[in-house]
Design a binder for this molecule. Structure first.
Ligand code: C2E
Ligand code: MG
Ligand code: MG
Length: 449
C-alpha cells in the first residue's frame, strides 16, 4: 500500500489514509476530486484542455459471485496495478467505487487522444487474471469528458464523464464514449420522458392497442397481440420503441405492464372465447420473481381465462438470468398460459435455447418477412425455421406482413400464422370490438350463403 506508515507524521498519515483506497492502495474518490480541483485552478490562466475519464468493469459482479469475494478483491488489486503501471508521470488513476476507477490526463488535449488512451486501458485490462488455479477475463467501459473552460467545476466534469460512461455501457461491453453536448440533450429528454411516463402510469393513461393475428390460409382472426400506446399532453405520441426501453431502465416497466395487462384483459374478456390475447414481457420482468404473481392476480381480478393468454418473450429476456426466467415461465405455464418466442432470428438467437426451453409458439421477425420476396437468404432462413418448428411441435407466426405476395409465399412454405398491416394495424379496444363485429357479421353472412 502506498500510505505513509512510519513517516513519524501522524497528522499526515491520517490525511493520507483518508485519501487512499485501502484495498488497492490507489487514491480514492476524495483524492480524485482534489486532483481535478487543483488542476482546474492551475489552468485558470492557461486554458489548455485536459481529460477526465471513468472506467467501469463490465460484468464484475458475476465474477465476484462465481469466484467469491476474496477472488474479486484479488482481481481488483490486479486491475489497479495494471492501471497504475499504464499511467505516465503526469497522470493519475484512483478507485472511486467498487469496480469504478477514474483517471486524470492533464496532457490529453483532444477527444481523439482521450478515446485512444481509453481504448489502451481497456486493452490492458482485457488480458486474463489469475484467480488461484483458474483465470478470469474482464472487459471495461470508459466515459470521458474534456475540460475546456474555467466555468466548469470538478463536479460538472465528472458528471459528464458519468453520462458518457452510461452511453458506453448501453452500447455494449468494452466501449469508449467521449462526452458531447448532444448527449446532454438526450439525457435531458430521457429524464423528461421518464417523469411524464411515471405520471401517466399512475394516472392510468397508457392504453392497450390490439393487432390481429390470423390463420394465413383462411384469413380468420385467431387472436390479438397487445401493444402499449401512450400519448402525453406535452410530448405528444411517444412510440413504444422509445418509452418501453426507458420504462425498463428506470424501473417503471412493472407498473406499466400491470396497467396495460389489466386494461387489455378487461377488454378481451368480452371477445369470442376462441380468440387468444398475447402480451409482451420485457427482459427485466423475467428477472423479477413477482412478475408471475402480478400476472396471476390481474387475471384473477379481471376474470380472464389464463388459457387464453400468451406471453411473448425474447431471447434477450432469457439470457440475463435463465434460471429466474424459467421459474417465472413455469409458474405461468402451470395455469395454462402459453409462451411464445418473439422476434426470432434477430439478436442473439441460440438454437441451444430451443432445446432447453419449451416454447408453444415462435414468431419470425419482420426483418425476414419484409425481404422474403427479394432476398434468397431470407427465404431459406424462413423455410428452415418452419421446418424446425414443425419438428419441435411449435406453432409459428410470421410478423410484419404488409403485402399479399408475402402472405402467399408464406402459405406456400407452410407457415400457418401471420400478423402485419396487411391484416390490420394495432387499434384501440373500441375499434377492435368494431373489427370483431364486422368480421363475425361477415362470417355469419358467408355461412348463410
Ligand atoms: P413486438 O412485440 O415485436 O411487436 C410488433 C411490432 O411490429 C409492433 O410495433 C407493431 O406495431 C409492429 N408491426 C406489426 N405489423 C407490422 C407491419 O406490417 N409493418 C411494420 N412496419 N410494423 C409492424 P410497436 O407497437 O411499435 O412495438 C414495438 C415493440 O415495443 C414491440 O415489438 C414490443 O417489443 C414492445 N412493446 C410494445 N408494447 C409493449 C408492452 O406492453 N410491454 C412490453 N414489455 N413491450 C412492449
Ligand atoms: Mg411481440
Ligand atoms: Mg415481435
Amino acid at each position: 500500500m502506498q500510505t505513509t506508515f512510519g513517516t513519524g507524521q501522524p497528522g499526515r498519515e491520517n490525511a493520507d489514509l483518508a485519501f487512499t483506497d485501502p484495498l488497492t492502495g490507489l487514491g480514492n474518490h476524495r483524492r480524485f476530486y482534489d486532483k481535478v480541483d487543483r488542476l482546474i485552478s492551475d489552468r485558470a490562466d492557461d486554458p489548455a484542455p485536459f481529460t477526465v475519464g471513468i472506467l467501469d468493469l463490465d460484468g464484475f459482479k458475476p465474477i465476484n459471485d462465481l469466484f467469491g469475494h476474496k477472488a474479486g478483491d484479488d482481481i481488483l488489486i490486479q486491475v489497479a496495478m495494471r492501471l497504475r503501471a499504464s499511467m505516465d508521470g503526469y497522470s493519475t488513476v484512483c478507485r472511486i467505487g467498487a469496480d469504478e476507477f477514474a483517471f486524470l490526463y492533464p496532457m490529453v488535449f483532444s477527444e481523439e487522444q482521450a478515446a485512444e488512451k481509453s481504448r489502451m486501458l481497456i486493452e490492458i485490462l482485457s488480458a486474463p487474471y489469475d484467480v488461484g488455479e483458474r483465470t478470469a477475463r474482464l472487459s471495461a467501459s470508459v466515459g470521458c469528458s474534456l475540460f475546456y473552460s474555467g466555468d466548469e467545476t470538478t463536479e460538472i466534469l465528472i458528471n459528464k464523464a458519468e453520462t458518457a460512461l452510461y452511453h458506453a455501457k448501453r452500447s455494449g461491453r468494452g466501449r469508449v464514449v467521449v462526452y458531447t453536448r448532444e448527449m446532454e440533450e438526450a439525457a435531458k429528454r430521457v429524464t423528461r420522458i421518464e417523469q411524464a411516463l411515471r405520471r401517466a402510469v399512475s394516472a392510468g393513461e397508457v392504453e392497450p392497442h390490439f393487432q390481429p393475428i390470423v390463420d394465413l390460409t383462411s384469413r380468420r382472426t385467431i387472436g390479438f397481440e397487445t401493444l402499449a400506446r401512450w400519448t402525453d399532453r406535452d410530448l405528444g405520441m411517444v412510440p413504444p420503441s422509445v418509452f418501453i426501453p426507458i420504462a425498463e431502465e428506470r424501473g417503471i416497466i412493472g407498473p406499466l405492464s400491470q396497467l396495460v395487462l389489466r386494461k387489455a384483459t378487461e377488454a378481451a374478456r368480452n371477445w369470442p372465447k376462441d380468440l387468444f390475447l398475447s402480451f409482451n414481457l420485457s427482459p427485466s420482468q423475467l428477472v423479477d420473481q413477482n412478475t408471475g404473481l402480478h400476472i396471476l392476480a390481474i387475471l384473477d381480478r379481471t376474470g380472464f381465462d389464463p388459457r387464453r393468454l400468451e406471453i411473448e418473450i425474447t431471447e434477450t429476456g432469457l439470457m440475463t438470468d435463465p434460471a429466474s426466467a424459467e421459474k417465472i415461465v413455469e409458474d405461468l405455464r402451470r395455469v395454462g398460459i402459453r409462451v411464445s418466442l418473439d422476434d426470432f432470428g434477430t439478436g442473439q438467437s441460440s438454437l441451444g435455447r430451443l432445446r432447453e426451453f419449451h416454447f408453444d409458439k415462435l414468431k419470425i421477425d419482420r426483418a425476414f418477412v419484409s425481404s422474403i420476396l427479394e432476398d434468397r437468404p431470407s427465404e431459406h432462413i424462413i423455410r428452415a425455421i418452419l421446418a424446425m418448428c414443425e419438428g419441435l411441435g411449435m406453432d409459428v407466426v410470421a410478423e410484419g406482413i404488409e403485402e399479399e405476395a408475402q402472405a402467399d409465399r408464406l402459405v406456400q412454405f407452410g407457415c400457418a400464422g401471420g400478423q402485419g398491416y396487411l391484416f390490420g394495424k394495432p387499434v384501440d379496444a373500441d375499434a377492435t370490438l368494431g373489427y370483431l363485429r364486422d368480421s363475425y357479421r361477415g362470417a355469419l353472412r358467408a355461412k348463410a350463403i
